[in-house]
Design a protein around this ligand. Structure first.
Ligand code: ADP
Ligand code: TRP
Length: 321
């Protein structure tokens, strides 16, 4: 089974990215053939500062490698290092009804927020479809917000297959309901764009500050508290196994547990969990030549896999003449 996903290099990583996507991807290395890339073309829809994009791309690669991506065992690359993806996106555009893209929530939400409606933003799901179909992916782990884009990919793949025979694998989205949406400090979805994140790679002082900002209700310390409606609990549980979750739940229900106390515990837990990863990430970023070599090797593996699909696409479409 081939599992594929990508992450945009825009900005620093937060717990939502980690539990919603990265950790799952890293764990997938045990279960199948993993394809994972840094979506720097997609990031162009929101980042126009070239320097920031270049730095962000290398940092994103270091993040993934530090968190456990194994570049030997998996195929790990930067999207733009496999230019075939743009060729395939153009091919797919010709099988993508306007209505399909016009219905995309992600596009509509961005427009509603006042982001200029340009073609990159509109065609975003087509490029994402190319990412997925170029590698015959079976399974695509994504957060809930990206599910519709995988459905668009399926629609396009089926349309092409109807026209040309089975050239694409029709992928399945893979959403883990347990961590489908990680809540942010204010209980909304944790997201860079809402400024409500807990970031992975940062110093202790700032981490503590972020955690202390988690919004809680004014229930007095001595009263019983509802863990299911508590943002601290909802974040803390991501680090706990079932038994530990139950124990914490009982402490909430018993009363006498202050939010300050549980936030301090959460802070220590997050810090201890990410400290070794942060050290590895910093070491990777200090040796950029080696980092670039690792990415080059990944791109070679990815291009080899892509060439098989592209041969079929070019032949069937008549682009190979
Ligand atoms: P952001 O919302 O902060 O801009 P991205 O859109 O860059 O995050 O998301 C990158 C990946 O992380 C995607 O697969 C997305 O679905 C996942 N993700 C982001 N935020 C969350 C969250 N709060 N809960 C679960 N998954 C998330
Ligand atoms: N759109 C995804 C996001 O913002 C990133 C992405 C690009 C992706 N191409 C992909 C995810 C292909 C899965 C498969 O999170």
């Amino acid at each position: 089974m081939r599992i594929l996903s990508g992450i945009q290099p825009s900005g620093s990583l937060h717990l939502g990215n980690y539990f919603g996507m990265m950790k799952k991807m890293i764990d997938y290395q045990e279960q199948g053939e993993l394809f994972c890339f840094i979506a720097n073309y997609h990031a162009m829809t929101s980042v126009s500062d070239g320097k920031a994009l270049a730095t962000g791309t290398l940092e994103a690669a270091a993040n993934f490698l530090a968190l456990g991506m194994d570049p030997e065992r998996s195929t790990f690359w930067v999207q733009s290092d496999v230019p075939e993806v743009q060729e395939l996106a153009w091919f797919l555009s010709n099988f993508t009804p306007m209505g399909l893209l016009e219905r995309c929530h992600s596009y509509k939400d961005k427009i509603a927020k006042g982001i200029a409606a340009n073609h990159g933003l509109f065609a975003y799901p087509v490029l994402m479809s190319a990412d997925i179909l170029l590698f015959n992916s079976d399974k695509v782990p994504v957060g809930k917000d990206q599910k519709q884009h995988v459905e668009v990919t399926r629609d396009i793949a089926i349309k092409v297959n109807n026209e040309y025979g089975e050239i694409f694998t029709v992928p399945e989205p893979d959403i883990d309901d347990d961590v489908a949406t990680v809540p942010g400090l204010d209980g909304q979805k944790m997201s860079k764009s809402y400024g409500n994140t807990i970031d992975l790679f940062q110093d202790e002082k700032n981490l503590r500050k972020q955690i202390m900002r988690i919004v809680t209700d004014p229930t007095p310390v001595e009263d019983p508290k509802d863990p299911d409606n508590c943002n601290v609990f909802q974040i803390y549980r991501l680090f706990l196994d079932k038994q530990q979750q139950e124990a914490l739940r009982q402490r909430y229900l018993a009363g006498g547990l202050g939010y300050g106390e549980v936030k301090q515990e959460l802070f220590e837990t997050v810090r201890d969990y990410f400290t070794p990863f942060t050290e590895r990430r910093n070491a990777l970023l200090e040796d950029k030549d080696t980092l670039r070599k690792t990415l080059e090797m990944g791109a070679q593996k990815a291009r080899y896999a892509a060439s098989k699909v592209m041969r079929k696409v070019r032949k069937k479409s008549g682009i190979a003449y």
